[in-house]
Design a protein around this ligand. Structure first.
Ligand code: COM
Length: 521
């Protein structure tokens, strides 16, 4: 199917994607300008966030790219199986949580567990996701001028050659961006029906789970587990390391962690730390998980729904075989700060180069590769970044924890809500955007926040927030913190807040900024 000269509008793209997914369209979808005789500067293998943003950037710089994806759409796993459904489920978890706490008060009806269906939300996502895919195909073609081939696998022949449906395409450079997949633990019974990961959940769930066991303690485990629990499916997390303490999450403040994990338990989740799954039990379908607990005893946890949240591994094998690119001990492709692999002319981006497997990194890796390919020496250092996860809250952090700051600086002060020693139930703080209903009904549920300051330089070195509405601000706060001069408390006090805005720390900073010698608040 050649759509180069057609100008499909978004509804038509949606129909093409729908038909490709049912198999009605089983051929490649071409959007390649055959009349353009310029060579390709790069072929992007994989059109996910990294490939799409890299392609757009390279194109914007006047280069010529070709992007190939096996799916009939661009955008990759984010809008199809990963970030977008996760955000939908997390928003549902937050709504469900509020409806439970306020059940039978104000305008809230008595909460009915049976009305909250995991399957229904999964189906809502499944039936709606192609709208976003259609937009990305349209935008990439009509607005960004990209060339691409969809619904077809790319086979890398050598560092300049890619084969798609029997046709060979050549380029100066290759950019590999085929992502990662769940690292499925090697446990007996893991293949039984009723065992899911984030991808198979949205593709295959066809029944309403009654009880859930999550294997692993990753971000995904916390996020999906909080949703399952909020939807009325009693959930147990089985994790070796304490939640939010694994090496894959850096800068997690102890107080923030405690508020999040205690909050999950308060909402009824069972969290078994120091525990290892021994076997997924069942006959065709899962019926239980046997778990070795921290004390060495084995307990059988009955369940009809197992969710694997043990983290992900890069899909690097084809490129090791075809190109011999160097990988690390976890199978991630090794790149330098310019995204160059061990093979000249071959770049790798996104989840394929390992953690953090986050959107900002994928897109900026793509951009970094494109800039270098177009002749601009450009380095991307993602060793520091703002981070977040969802429980029923939005949990956001950037910079140093209080403990890390105390190791590095002699005089650290902390601005914290609720302040140390104050019972969360005694004050409706932090009453930020999105927690006002809690502030007036259940003050202990309004969240937690901490601002860590090096008192000598007066610079803010860490910000930590559990609540709502802070995530957007943290994107900018991260940038301000990493500027050469950093973000002094005095500059924070100069900002113009649009509300109380405790989630942005402005007014709390102003309460202290007048002090020549800073102290805790
Ligand atoms: C995000 C997909 S949903 S992309 O980064 O816009 O390609």
């Amino acid at each position: 199917m050649d759509l180069r000269t057609a100008q499909p509008q978004i509804p038509e793209w949606r129909s093409v994607i729908d038909r490709a997914e049912t198999g009605e369209i089983d051929e490649p979808i071409y959007n390649v300008d055959r009349g353009d005789t310029r060579p390709f500067d790069a072929i992007f293998v994989g059109g996910g966030a990294g490939g799409r943003f890299g392609s757009a950037y390279l194109r914007a710089r006047g280069g010529r790219q070709l992007t190939v994806d096996r799916w009939p759409f661009l955008g990759g796993s984010c809008p199809h199986q990963a970030c977008v459904p996760h955000h939908l489920f997390s928003e549902a978890a937050r709504e469900l949580d509020l409806a439970r706490w306020l059940s039978g008060t104000l305008w809230y009806p008595d909460f009915d567990d049976k009305r909250a269906s995991i399957l229904e939300i999964v189906e809502l996502f499944r039936s709606g996701r192609n709208a976003a895919h259609a937009f990305m195909n349209w935008q990439s073609k009509e607005q960004l001028g990209m060339e691409y081939i969809l619904n077809a696998s790319a086979t890398v022949i050598d560092e300049h050659t890619v084969e798609v449906a029997g046709e060979r395409f050549h380029a100066e450079n290759l950019v590999l961006g085929t992502g990662a997949r769940t690292l499925v633990p090697d446990i007996a019974g893991i293949g039984l029906r009723g065992v899911f990961d984030f991808a198979s959940l949205v593709e295959e769930l066809d029944y309403e789970p009654n009880r859930c066991v999550i294997i692993g303690g990753s971000k995904v485990a916390i996020e999906y587990g909080s949703f399952f629990q909020a939807a009325g499916c009693p959930t147990t997390i089985v994790t070796r390391s304490p939640l939010m303490s694994t090496a894959s999450l850096h800068h997690v403040d102890d107080d923030l962690r405690r508020y999040v994990v205690d909050g999950m338990r308060t909402r009824g989740m069972t969290i078994l730390e120091g525990a290892n799954p021994v076997e997924v039990v069942g006959n065709g379908s899962v019926t239980a998980v046997d778990v070795r607990l921290a004390d060495g005893t084995v307990e059988r946890l009955p369940t009809d729904f197992v969710f694997v949240g043990t983290g992900e591994r890069a899909c690097s094998e084809p490129f090791v075989e075809s190109l011999g690119v160097t990988t690390d001990e976890r199978g991630s492709i090794v790149v330098d700060a310019r995204m160059r692999t061990s093979v000249p002319g071959v770049y790798a981006i996104g989840d394929l180069i390992g953690p953090p497997m986050e959107m900002f990194k994928a897109r900026k890796c793509g951009m970094a590769a494109a800039r270098n390919i177009m002749g601009e020496p450009y380095e991307f250092d993602f060793s520091e970044y703002p981070d977040f996860l969802h429980s029923t809250y939005e949990v956001t952090w950037v910079g140093l924890t209080e403990a890390e700051a105390r190791e590095r600086h002699d005089h650290v002060v902390v601005i914290q809500m609720p302040p140390p020693g104050v019972q969360p139930g005694d004050i409706p703080l932090p009453c930020a955007e999105g927690s006002m209903l809690y502030a007036f009904t259940r003050p202990e549920l309004t969240g937690f926040q901490k601002c860590v300051i090096d008192a000598e330089s007066r610079r803010i070195v860490g910000l930590h927030h559990v609540g709502f509405g802070a995530k957007d601000a943290f994107q900018y706060l991260d940038h301000l913190l990493r500027r050469p001069g950093g973000l002094p408390i005095d500059e924070m006090a100069e900002m113009n807040e649009l509300f109380l805005n405790p989630e942005h720390f402005i007014q709390l900073s102003r309460l202290r900024a007048g002090n020549l010698v800073l102290s805790d608040l």
